[in-house]
Design a binder for this molecule. Structure first.
Ligand SMILES: O=C(CO)[C@H](O)[C@H](O)COP(=O)(O)O
Length: 234
């Protein structure tokens, strides 16, 4: 089985040591760097914006997975693309929320024009079927498995059903968009998430609250490999 892609969320990093934490991700087996942008309107919290994304990009060696939890995301797509999501050597993804887009097709076209991969995020209550007529424009679907706005929340179990439904929707339409899960992901649920059909796992607290974040990333990525046994040689 191909290991899932792991995207540590810097929302849980130490903002006073952001360069150190980005370099930790660079050296680890993580695949992407997840950048959570919150505006205090779409979600009840404010995280950071374009200058911090630029600062992350300055040190990043892996693609940025920019999750815009903001209203009217079309106003800021070009700025976040320039701030690192559209890096020519490691192009990343810009994700907008379905619930925040009045003209989703236009917004996804705008993201494609920047050179980034396109992503649509769905809140826990938003049905996956609403994406049925947009699949041609979507490279990645992010299912929120907590209510967006804060790290460290508990995983919502209903997400597993949504992953299976989305997997079925994609297969029926012959599409290959990646399924990404965000919120409450850790060693206790990664096996069932991947088994249900998840391709990408965002992990904030389970990485940055671990005593060894590099090891935590390894454990998530290779969750289905048994730990090496201590073999006594004769
Ligand atoms: O988008 C988010 C919150 O809106 C975070 O990425 C998400 O909650 C991950 O954090 P944790 O792994 O701590 O749950």
């Amino acid at each position: 089985m191909t290991p899932p892609l792991i995207a540590p969320s810097i929302l849980a990093a130490d903002f006073a040591n952001l360069q150190r934490d980005i370099e930790l991700i660079n050296r680890s087996e993580a695949d992407w760097i997840h950048v959570d942008v919150m505006d205090g309107v779409f979600v009840p919290n404010i995280s950071f914006g374009i200058p911090v994304c630029e600062a992350v990009n300055k040190h990043a060696l892996k693609p940025l997975d920019v999750h815009l939890m903001i209203v009217q995301p079309e106003r800021y797509i070009d700025a976040f693309a320039r701030a690192g999501a559209a890096h020519p050597d490691r192009p990343g993804t810009i994700l907008v929320h379905y619930e925040a887009c009045t003209h989703l097709h236009r917004t996804l076209t705008q993201i494609r024009e920047t050179g980034c991969r396109t992503g649509v995020a769905l809140n826990p209550h938003t049905p996956v079927e609403l994406l049925a007529d947009s699949l041609d424009e979507i490279d990645q679907v992010l299912l929120m498995s907590v209510n967006p706005g804060f790290g460290g929340q508990s995983f919502i179990p209903h997400t597993l059903q949504k992953i299976r439904k989305l997997r079925h929707l994609l297969a029926s339409a012959g599409k290959t968009a990646l399924i990404e899960i965000d919120g409450g992901v850790g060693t206790e649920n990664i096996a069932e998430l991947v088994e249900a059909g998840a391709d990408v796992l965002v992990a904030g607290s389970s990485v940055f609250r671990a005593s060894d974040p590099t090891e935590a990333i390894h454990t998530l990525k290779f969750f289905n490999q048994t730990a090496p046994q201590n073999v006594r040689l004769a």
